[in-house]
Design a protein around this ligand. Structure first.
Ligand code: GLA
Length: 345
């Protein structure tokens, strides 16, 4: 099915912003915005065949231009936190924008979610898609090297939204690109009754600032053990910090596309499987949502109104010699694929 393009508003600098709407045969619909390469909306059928919204977001561009916690965003150049907003790269100190206390979060003050991308619609093998590109200049938010980045969204007739990230650089730089969609598979209320399974027997513990300590610890015997399915509600009260916000070390081979999480919503029967080629995934239960943000259809997003599964290289890897390497070098190519696969119970 083809994609369509419609005007969504303007940036503060007066540049036109468009939504690219992808549809498939079962009625799924994904709307991707060229500002921030953001997934603005995703609709999927429930077990009765009713197609409904499954993400948190805004009806209007103004919501995305204001403060919001990365709804649907493409996050980069480095997703999640870098401790002290600094690191050593080949023996030289690199200083980044600090936008989360003393730390760097999700690419800095003006990350990849707050810039306009160049978009091109396409149709390929039964999928409608949009490819977004930009050049992140040397020094942006403190990062070294010009980074040529592409993010491709494609909606398939297998009810999968596939996101492919690709990047090359003319200087060594850390790269960690992800998508920060908040899902609510019921479309309303909170996600506490969603049933979650995460194939990860280990996680990366953090300090009070949510910076990894460098340890890789077992989940066994903790509320983070989702190797068997559990409703979010069951053990969330026992998680310090008001809910889940942890990087899971996935039990999979590096580089291969495999499951990061499977989430079921028992009432409407929607099932989401998140697949990734990356070694980790942040499971976040919207702990910082506090009801002040008014989103789509006038909904107020309170605590746990949505959950995120953010596939990623481990947080703070530039400062953690024990974690998988995250540095892209000239001549190399950074590749990451995420699949959001929908089904019903
Ligand atoms: C990620 C982080 C959280 C929080 C959200 C955005 O999931 O891990 O701590 O910063 O993004 O609010």
């Amino acid at each position: 099915m083809p994609s369509t393009r419609r005007h969504f508003g303007e940036t503060p600098e007066g540049h036109a912003v468009h939504l690219h709407v992808l549809t498939n045969d079962s009625g799924m619909e994904a709307a991707v915005m060229d500002y921030g390469a953001i997934l603005v909306s995703l609709k999927a059928p429930d077990s009765e065949g009713r197609v409904g919204e499954v993400t948190l977001g805004f009806d209007r561009i103004e919501g995305y231009l204001g403060q919001h916690p990365y709804f649907g965003a493409t996050v980069g150049r480095y997703a999640n936190r870098i401790g002290g907003a600094r690191f050593l790269l080949d023996g030289k100190e690199v200083r980044l924008a600090a936008n989360n206390g003393p730390n760097h979060l999700h690419g800095g003050v003006r990350g990849f979610d707050r810039v306009l991308w160049e978009a091109e619609d396409f149709e390929e093998d039964g999928s409608a898609g949009v490819r977004l590109r930009r050049l992140s200049p040397d020094g942006e938010e403190g990062y070294p090297g010009n980074l040529d980045v592409a993010v491709t969204y494609a909606l398939t007739d297998l009810d999968e939204l596939r996101i492919d990230f690709e990047a090359t650089s003319d200087e060594p730089t850390p790269v960690n690109l992800t998508n920060h969609t908040y899902f609510n598979l019921r479309g309303t209320g909170d996600i506490l009754d969603h049933v979650v399974q995460i194939p990860a027997s280990r996680y990366t513990p953090v300090d009070e600032g949510l910076i990894p300590t460098g340890e890789i610890a077992p989940v066994q015997g903790t509320p983070l053990d989702f190797t068997a399915p559990h409703a979010v509600r069951e053990r969330i009260a026992a998680v310090p910090g008001g809910g889940y916000d942890h990087n899971f070390v996935l039990d999979k081979k590096p580089g291969c596309l495999a499951c990061a999480a499977r989430v079921e919503e028992p009432e409407g029967g929607r099932v989401l499987e998140v697949l990734t080629t990356e070694p980790g995934a942040q499971f976040y239960t919207g702990n910082f949502l506090d009801g002040t943000l008014v989103g789509r259809d006038g909904q107020r997003y309170g605590r746990h109104a949505g959950f995120c599964v953010e596939p990623q290289r481990f947080p703070d890897s530039p400062n953690q010699p024990g974690f998988p390497d995250c540095v892209l070098r000239p001549g190399g190519v950074y590749l990451h694929t995420i699949v959001f696969r929908f089904a019903v119970l």
